[in-house]
Design a protein around this ligand. Sequence first.
Ligand SMILES: [Zn+2]
Ligand SMILES: [Zn+2]
Length: 376
Amino acid sequence: MATRISNAETQTEGKIPSSMRAVVYRGVNDLRLETVPVPAIGPGELLVKVATCGVCGTDLKKIHTGSHSAPRIFGHEMAGTIVQVGEGAADFQVGERVVVHHHVPCGECYYCRKQTFAQCSVYKKVGATAGFEPSGGGFAEYIRVMDWIVANRGVVRIPAGMPLEQAAFLEPVNTVLKAVKMLNLAADETVLVIGQGPIGVMLAALARRTGARVLTSDLYRERHAIAAEFGLTEPIDAGTENVVERVFAATDGRGADAVILAVGGTALIQTAMDAVRPGGKVMLFAQTQHEKANFDPGAVCMDEKTLLGSYSASAAILDEVTGLVLGGYRNGFDLTQLISHRFPLEQAVEAIEIASHPTAGSMKIMIEPVPGAGRE
Ligand SMILES: [Zn+2]
Ligand SMILES: [Zn+2]
């Protein structure tokens, strides 16, 4: 039975241990399960016990490229329960189930006024940590949520009856909806989404909600079967079919009005540019590394094909995304269908390995510091 200790400064649910397990990034491709201190919180902050945390493509990039210094504790698609409330964070109570955004924009700078929140210098600061340089911290048992995240709508309550792991999709769905909105799709338009991993399926499902016709391509039949659960019924088998020809056949020979590339690297940029019609748009959604790529400048100038990108979440669509993810759970947008694996912290290294080498049977991978709690 949990006891509630309350004084003027902090509220605490039960007894919080002094140490916890966490997956610590110690260098390129070097993750270790370690025992670290449970982070202490200050005024205005929250301590959240992490139930589940999605493995994101950007976590993998950081782990495999060494883009960030070590040591760090990654993981940012997390949901859990508040176990301690710092002085002044009175809007929240111990025991509440929440999703934590690891960064929020300032709302006032030039970039925020232009609604390009991901470029805001405050947004680039990470405000959730399980220790070391703040890096999300979802791959640990407890996270400290800093005051500016708590004060600026970075903590979202999860209604009763909603599985925590559905709510953990708030951040990835936000990034996806932001990209789809940038394309201004219309009901008479056709979209091709290349790649049907979990992000590709979400992109395609939200593109379809605009009324547009959506074609999806992937190498794996198993992924097309999952996509079909989201109403995506025009799969292209990229292993045996010519994707560009299929798109032309579906569009009176014009090409797609928009192509969304949900596969990383540069190899498929040309395919995307070829599949889009003159005057159409190509959205790069998975190109998260700076590198050189070839493209035909005449396709951009003379054929008026627009090449654009989208990265990270938008504060402007928080409410819409919350409604979509929490309201959609029983209404055609059950994202837990995208989860193929759930691993305890002890198997996090294996989880990252599987996420890094997608196969026909792997989709969204969750790490559960409390095994089974994601489904509660
Ligand atoms: Zn993410
Ligand atoms: Zn700003």
